[in-house]
Design a protein around this ligand. Sequence first.
Ligand SMILES: *Cc1c(COP(=O)(O)O)cnc(C)c1O
Length: 381
Amino acid sequence: MKKQYLLAPGPTPVPPEVLLAMAKPIIHHRSPDFIPVIQQVRADLKWLFQTSQEVLTVAGSGTAGMEASISNFMSPGDKIIAINGGKFGERWLKIAQAFGVVPIEVKVEWGNSVDVSVVADLLSKDPSIRGVYVQASETSTGVAHDIQKLAALTRERENTILVVDAITALGVINLPMDAWGIDVLITGSQKALMIPPGLAFIGVSEKAWKLQTTAKCPRFYLDLKREKDNLLKDSNAWTPAVTLWIGLAESLKLMRAEGLDKIFARHARLAQATREGVRGFGLEVFAKNIPSDAVTAVVSPQGIDGQAVYKNLREQYGITAAGGQDQLKGKVFRLSHMGYADVFDVITAVSGVEMVLTRLGYKEKPLGSGVARAQSILIKE
Ligand SMILES: *Cc1c(COP(=O)(O)O)cnc(C)c1O
């Protein structure tokens, strides 16, 4: 037997309460049975997104939310700023191009956060720019971008929206949608929301709804206005992913019971312990300035292939972490501490890394030095 540990940045582990809720017999989405589920989910998503606006839920992975954030608010030929600091930033460019939207790329060296002054310059030179698209947490590099500062740039511009892919940030760090003036806030089910893959969530500001009325990109299934009109009647445009909604209602209950401040504090502490843990073992964290509190990308030591670390964690110890993508393949491995994660997930990750690297010939630090450093942080209240 080999016990399995899922420590990848999505899908993440699902709490037993949620699994059990989803095991119940299916109910009909247009029957009175489903109305309380919709009502609870509507209220709890507003709470989670820190907004008074409706949050739309669509069946699809996180990328469906990204696509909807282009197709609903832009017209072919519109210019957007696409902040590209990794695999997911790159996706903005691809989606924009697919819809005939013109991306102005702000390329950020992998491992760094965006220089906000570069975005400010571009915006001030071109009043026609209609959107700024960014990740709150770039999962491929383990780096966060400064959303509050970016929001301050778009806030006073009537026809420019800030669109934030917070798929590994919402429910991890504080992103108060209304207070900061984030216009479109996106997340997915399989990351910090602790449910299986298959749902995307999109919060939309009043300013963005206004732009939606003139946006001409083609859309049908992901027409957010249609979703909103239905949601206001406690209904869905199409057959919702009923089972995932039931799981969502349960996971939102768990999140409410913990409270936003405690959720953010827990993630901050687990992330810090992970970073300090790997440093204690002589390793380097890939993020240069603002590290993500959802996932830590660790530089694989000289002469050791990061993919070998990923592979050995899985094969020897049943730990599914993540490798590096594209240019980072072989150079880093990634450890998640997001969602249904706690103290001993960090200990498992750090000690697993120590054991695997030692077996692969790494001799800089003795076994236990990273774990001890992590423990010294986690032992504090
Ligand atoms: C996981 C993730 C996505 C969405 O990916 P899907 O595979 O479509 O769910 C988008 N952006 C970021 C930052 C992510 O971590």
